[in-house]
Design a protein around this ligand. Structure first.
Ligand SMILES: *[C@@H]1O[C@H](CO)[C@@H](O)[C@H](O)[C@H]1NC(C)=O
Ligand SMILES: *[C@@H]1O[C@H](CO)[C@@H](O)[C@H](O)[C@H]1NC(C)=O
Ligand SMILES: *[C@@H]1O[C@H](CO)[C@@H](O)[C@H](O)[C@H]1NC(C)=O
Ligand SMILES: *[C@@H]1O[C@H](CO)[C@@H](O)[C@H](O)[C@H]1NC(C)=O
Ligand SMILES: *[C@@H]1O[C@H](CO)[C@@H](O)[C@H](O)[C@H]1NC(C)=O
Ligand SMILES: *[C@@H]1O[C@H](CO)[C@@H](O)[C@H](O)[C@H]1NC(C)=O
Ligand SMILES: *[C@@H]1O[C@H](CO)[C@@H](O)[C@H](O)[C@H]1NC(C)=O
Ligand SMILES: [Ca+2]
Length: 395
């Protein structure tokens, strides 16, 4: 990074500096760095410089930069005992353990989506304690019961809320257990929080669905090949996958680490039969519409037969893909007539798929496009008309 120091003349230096700050501003907008010490790489104060265990219990004279803590909280360093993304540092919430941080909402009327990494810390325990995440308008419980990756840790995406500029938002993470014996509990480890702001989406000309390409969702971790898990979200408004409700568990996958049919992101339905995504839209009753989408596999060695039930209003159709797990995708479509009221569009898996290593996986859905069917037929004719008009004008 020699953006500033490498330029020779002072005017180009100034320009480089401007570009640098513009870049900072842009990065800030794309994925606001609203949290301090979000990955716990700034170590707690008063930590013995020569600590040797991966878990260091924090006492009253310790402070975690950016955070307040209460109860049993340990500072964690990745080693053979505990795996973490990037082999870094993290925080474990023990008995009554709690950490919190307040951030200030940066712009008006923005939606906040959090990505966070969680792992059960410890071995030979009879139960995993839950993590409760609280924000002013939401409380979410992560149970860490099921694994969808080959690491002990998983990253999750979660919708937090919608706030206006300057509102102070207190984000609280605490452990929750039903076990009476704290010694046989695996206490959760928290790492890599990423907060993203997303504007309310507006409809474009080319698709009657919002976020049909799934490009608007939680932030990805650049070094993680695991994708981001999205837990059930009954409301499309309060969903990390903007405008889509989530049934069961789905994985939000990035093109850097998976085969994504179009753009930077897609959905892999990982939690088996009846899991999937759903949205709704108002259409003209009696009119004919065409729903197009891509069905594929994520190139994550997920072999087998995928069956996806697609619903568009009262029309339901099954689509099948024989996956080799090497990153295929095919375009599918169905035509339907809109009924009364809002039209439901959903993609639900009818199969449960597992990789050879036992990790659950499944079909990939992307680029869901809904259009009025007559519009499609008119388009070529319109093109010819424009061509004729242009030709006449030239002549
Ligand atoms: C922190 O407190 C513990 C006990 O409460 C004490 O043993 C230790 O010396 C203190 N460390 C510092 C750096 O003050
Ligand atoms: C760590 O350093 C302190 C003094 O700096 C010393 O008293 C203590 O024994 C050391 N602990 C270990 C585990 O080496
Ligand atoms: C944590 O929450 C308490 C109130 O419950 C608040 O006083 C404190 O400032 C918060 N800590 C941070 C770092 O925001
Ligand atoms: C966990 O259990 C295994 C086998 O039962 C044992 O070898 C190991 O020492 C135990 N680990 C801990 C941390 O208790
Ligand atoms: C998990 O899978 C990813 C991607 O295939 C691989 O890069 C990573 O090394 C695997 N991790 C373990 C612990 O096997
Ligand atoms: C948990 O373990 C500690 C030390 O290993 C022991 O002192 C304590 O009694 C145990 N607690 C329970 C509930 O078994
Ligand atoms: C789709 O497939 C599932 C599972 O094979 C079956 O139960 C269901 O009836 C099928 N639906 C349609 C509309 O064919
Ligand atoms: Ca996409």
């Amino acid at each position: 990074m020699c953006m500033i120091s490498c330029s020779s003349s002072s005017s180009s230096k100034r320009m480089e500096l401007q570009r640098f700050f513009l870049l900072l501003l842009f990065v800030g907008l794309a994925s606001a760095d609203l949290l301090q010490n979000p990955d716990f790489e700034s170590p707690p104060s008063n930590l013995a410089a020569n600590y040797t265990t991966p878990f260091v219990l924090l006492a009253e004279n310790n402070t975690i930069p950016g955070w307040t803590f209460e109860g049993t909280v340990q500072y964690v360093t990745a080693d053979q005992t505990i795996a973490l993304p990037d082999n870094g540092h993290a925080i474990q919430l023990g008995q009554d353990g709690k950490i919190n941080q307040t951030f200030i909402a940066s712009s008006d009327d923005m939606n906040y989506i959090l990505t966070l990494t969680l792992a059960p810390g410890g071995r030979n325990c009879s139960a995993n304690a839950n993590v409760v995440l609280s924000a002013p308008d939401s409380q979410i419980v992560f149970t860490l019961k099921q694994h969808y990756g080959n690491e002990t840790w998983e990253s999750y995406g979660q919708y937090l809320g919608r706030w206006d500029r300057d509102e102070p938002i207190n984000l609280v993470l605490e452990s929750q257990t039903t076990e009476s014996d704290s010694n046989s509990t695996c206490w959760p480890v928290i790492d890599k929080l990423l907060l993203k702001t997303v504007e309310t989406l507006v409809q474009g000309n080319d698709n009657l669905l919002l976020n049909g390409g799934f490009e608007v969702g939680p932030e990805f971790l650049s070094n993680s090949a695991l994708g981001i898990l999205l837990d059930a979200a009954p409301s499309p408004v309060q969903s990390a996958l903007r405008q889509w409700s989530i049934i069961g568990m789905v994985k939000y996958i990035d093109s850097k680490h998976f085969s994504v049919p179009k753009g930077n992101a897609a959905i892999e339905i990982v939690s088996g039969v009846s899991a999937g995504i759903q949205t709704a839209t108002s259409l003209t009753e009696g009119s004919t519409y065409k729903l197009e989408f891509m069905l594929g596999d994520a190139n994550d060695a997920c072999e087998g037969k995928f069956i996806v039930g697609v619903q568009a209003g009262s029309m339901v159709q099954n689509f099948t893909l024989q996956s080799l797990g090497t990153g295929s995708a095919m375009k599918e479509s169905m035509t339907f007539k809109a009924g009364v009221g809002s039209t439901t569009i959903s993609f639900l898996s009818y199969s449960t798929n597992q990789k050879k290593d036992g990790v659950f996986c499944g079909p990939v859905i992307d680029e869901v496009v809904l259009r009025a069917s007559h519009g499609l037929k008119l388009q070529p004719r319109l093109k010819i008309l424009i061509y004729v008009v242009v030709l006449v004008t030239i002549l």
